[in-house]
Design a protein around this ligand. Structure first.
Ligand SMILES: NC(=O)c1ccc[n+]([C@@H]2O[C@H](COP(=O)([O-])OP(=O)(O)OC[C@H]3O[C@@H](n4cnc5c(N)ncnc54)[C@H](OP(=O)(O)O)[C@@H]3O)[C@@H](O)[C@H]2O)c1
Length: 420
């Protein structure tokens, strides 16, 4: 039977809804089990019973055969090739596609969205962005009429777990990474996660949904968490701050800015209390003020649940597609508040000289913690928001002062900026 995504015959309505499954690993395996477990309930709800009609791995299955016997294709292989080729072929032959693949979407999103539109099929990707947190659905559907100004996301569970553990136990980054690996939250090679690149891919996708503009992962500046110390976290706690890896996508003037950095958050920020392997996304728009969604960031069965939710949505017409991208310039110079940690010689006038340089660059100080320990004194400051270039110029002057004992440590601080 040839599937018809836009409408169904009476026969089709009674026959099983055939899902071709590409990938049978952590998520794919859990997805196949979940389809079986939920098939009765879904049939009762939407009138058709989903079944996995074919499975492709490196060692079993044939893609052409699976495609020929499917109404919809679920891609859970990961990587860009052959995932891209298979997804394009499936849509080219009229199949809806559901994927959890952020690498694919953050690099080839426009090609795939174009193909979905021109073939009149759905491309759904809830699980690609923030695990089970339904950020894609909320932005693409519930908030389709809202003018979104800014999105903040804790979109990587591994790094949020490591930072939460560093704060909770005072242990080093290395120890907490090892713990995350032992618990299965971090891969043997954790580079994609701890470098911020995984979060950058997800923020590129969220920016596309929020602003309609095409953003490639390579256009998203990202900073990881490898350089962060337990000491930074301990000092910051005295200032009422907690440390998270946060992605930001926001309108700046006529353009948009998208980036990922470790940031300090004040305790009243909605993301400050998101701990462990959880993810959360905060969406700001004048129409809705602010919405925060949070939940498990990853895991086979949790991710499979988001994937199956997309499959059920695709079983019910009418199809929804991502409209063509609009053209918005990417802005790289943005304003932020900063934390600065200086190791200095303990002598009179240190604070005054640092304050003078900051003042010359127009950087105003919000709070200070000072500890005197002979040659090992510390000066920890949090600034009010300032254009990053001005702050970096001040840091460059400060690091050259003779009483500064090591490289200044600088981390962004995210303030609640929404006017309520
Ligand atoms: N794991 C999570 O918690 C999570 C959360 C959100 C999103 N995701 C996304 O979900 C997707 C799947 O992740 P996963 O953790 O389930 O991966 P995984 O455990 O490594 O499983 C990948 C599956 O795809 C198959 N595969 C890979 N390359 C293939 C190829 N060239 N041809 C045929 N089959 C191929 C593998 O086959 P073999 O079995 O033969 O190796 C395996 O069955 C990724 O895009 C990932 O980013 C995962």
């Amino acid at each position: 039977m040839t599937p018809s995504p836009g409408g169904r015959s009476a026969d089709a309505a009674r026959s099983p809804f055939r899902v071709g499954l590409l990938g049978h690993g952590t998520v794919g395996g859990a997805f196949a089990e979940l389809v079986e477990a939920r098939a009765d309930a879904i049939e009762a709800e939407v009138g058709r019973r989903p079944e996995v009609s074919g499975v492709l791995t490196r060692s079993r299955g044939d893609f052409a055969d699976i495609l020929a016997h499917s109404d919809l294709v679920v891609e859970l292989m990961g990587g860009t090739e052959p995932a891209r080729e298979y997804v394009l072929r499936a849509m080219g032959e009229g199949r809806h596609v559901v994927t959890a693949n952020k690498q694919l979407l953050s690099q080839f999103g426009e090609e795939l969205f174009d193909a979905a539109r021109s073939n009149g099929v759905q491309l759904r990707f809830e699980a690609a962005v923030a695990g089970v947190v339904p950020a894609v659905r909320v932005m693409a559907e519930s908030l389709a009429a809202a003018h979104i100004e800014r999105v903040h996301g804790i979109v990587n569970g591994t790094t949020n777990f490591i930072l939460s553990e560093m704060a909770r136990t005072g242990a080093t980054y290395e120890d907490c990474l090892r713990e995350a690996q032992q618990l299965g939250y971090a891969e043997a090679d954790p580079t994609e996660d701890v470098s911020g690149r995984d979060a950058a891919a997800k923020m590129a996708i969220l920016a596309r949904l929020a602003f309609g503009a095409a953003v490639h992962i390579d256009q998203v500046p990202h900073e990881g968490i490898e350089h962060l110390t337990a000491e930074d976290i301990a000092y910051a706690r005295e200032l009422g701050l907690s440390l998270k890896l946060v992605g930001t996508a926001e309108r700046v003037g006529e353009g948009i800015a998208v980036d990922v950095h470790p940031v300090f958050l004040y305790g009243d920020h909605p993301l400050a209390s998101v701990n462990g392997a959880f993810n959360a996304v905060t969406i700001e728009s004048p129409a809705i003020t602010e919405i925060t969604l949070s939940g498990p960031g990853a895991g086979g069965s949790q991710t499979a649940s988001a994937v199956l939710g997309d499959v059920v949505s695709a079983m019910i017409p009418p199809p929804s597609t991502i409209p063509p991208a609009v053209d918005l310039p990417l802005v790289s110079e943005t304003e932020s508040s900063f934390y600065m940690h200086l190791e200095v010689a303990d002598r009179p006038g240190v604070l005054a000289q640092v304050a003078e340089i900051l003042g010359l660059q127009g950087v105003s100080v919000r709070s200070v913690v000072q500890r005197g320990m002979g040659d090992d004194a510390r000066l920890v400051m949090v600034m009010h928001p300032v254009p990053e270039g001005r702050f970096r110029a001040a840091v460059e002057m400060i690091r050259r002062l003779d009483f500064v004992r090591s490289e200044p440590r600088v981390i962004r601080v995210l303030e609640e900026t929404f006017d309520q």
